[in-house]
Design a protein around this ligand. Structure first.
Ligand code: RIB
Length: 334
């Protein structure tokens, strides 16, 4: 009998049953539109874990579900993709659910009911998977006290801690960033973080960071790379990777920064694109021995492949697909 493969990536976070509706346009308030229904496994934590596992990293997911059909489905799906799991059953709670509408151009609106996910407490999190972990990942669909505990534990074991602050909730505590080595927000999360973080306040009062008196999306878009890097540094996290949707990502390290373009692809569904990036990045950190730029480049390919498929967890590409895509794109730029 061969020894079990030890997990290198540990993701502690949410599982949601996604109830996705594909329609031509988003309904306006008061309007009913016809669409196609596609349920599937999701939740930011689970999507990231599946992305990392399919991208080739031995991955362990820790999450909470209710004692219901959606929880059973989660376990079955995880087994099928070779993802190791600790699903803590919370009989008093329902498995988390998400209602998602996706328009013809692949954009989405999401409402979540986190259910059991917010009942995952620090004492529910097993320590064993952390012993071999190189990378530990958390997001914002969990209780922030559990997130803080996981990040602190991971730091003690020497793993790289990755925080994807999605979704940003009003009670976000900037103290979480003290235990974070890689922060991966999208644009709206980055804006909210910068406005919240006391270390950014002075900089945000200066000219390039203001549009109509505040730091908003247009101010962010107008920033030159060195100004954006300066703002990233104010968050006091060693590495900040700002994901920019179709415009790629911005990688800010203590002494260097770079912009990475997204791969132009035919977009079917952008739901879970950020999760594909985060999971791909975690797998990339393992594959490329903690090289951040190589890992971000790998993550960029994982995200591009994911948006070409409908669904979230089920849209994550496997190692063969990623390798082929990266080979083809490398040829295309020569
Ligand atoms: O990031 C996409 C995910 O957000 C969906 O799978 C949904 O469950 C919500 O958590």
């Amino acid at each position: 009998m061969s020894a079990p493969v030890l997990p290198r990536v540990v993701v502690v976070g949410s599982f949601m049953q996604d109830l996705a509706f594909y329609a031509r346009n988003f309904p306006r308030p008061g309007e009913t539109v016809m669409g196609e229904f596609r349920p599937g496994p999701g939740g930011k934590g689970f999507n990231q874990a599946v992305a990392a596992a399919r991208a080739g990293a031995a991955t362990h997911f820790v999450g909470a579900v209710g004692r219901d059909a959606f929880g059973h489905g989660a376990k079955k799906f995880a087994n099928g993709v070779g993802l190791r799991t600790t699903f803590v059953e919370k009989p008093k709670h329902a498995t988390g659910t998400a209602v998602i509408t996706i328009s013809e151009d692949g954009q989405n609106h999401i409402v979540i009911a986190p259910g059991a996910n917010l009942a995952l407490h620090k004492q529910d999190v097993p320590l064993d998977p952390f012993r071999s972990a190189h990378v530990v990942v958390c997001q914002g669909e969990s209780d922030y006290r559990t997130v803080a505990h996981v990040l602190k534990t991971a730091r003690k074991t020497g793993a790289v801690t990755v925080l994807n602050p999605a979704p940003m909730r009003p009670e976000f505590d900037c103290a979480l960033l003290r235990h974070t080595e890689v922060l991966i927000p999208n644009e709206s999360e980055f804006i909210a973080l910068a406005r919240l973080h006391p270390g950014c306040a002075a900089l945000l009062r200066s000219a390039p960071y203001r549009d109509h008196g505040e730091f908003n999306e247009s101010a962010l878009h107008a920033l030159k790379a060195d100004a954006l890097h300066r703002l990233c540094r104010c968050l006091q996290v060693p590495i900040v990777i700002l994901t920019l949707g179709a415009r790629g990502c911005f990688v800010s390290q203590p002494d260097a920064y770079l912009r990475m373009n997204a791969h132009p692809v035919e977009v079917v569904d952008t739901t879970g694109a950020g999760d594909a990036f985060v999971g791909g990045f975690a797998a990339g950190l393992v594959k490329f021995k903690r090289n951040v730029v190589e890992a971000a480049n790998f993550a960029n390919a994982v995200a591009a492949l994911a948006v070409m498929q409908p669904g979230t967890a089920d849209a994550m590409p496997n190692t063969r697909e990623i390798a082929r895509f990266m080979r083809e794109r490398a040829h295309a730029v020569r």
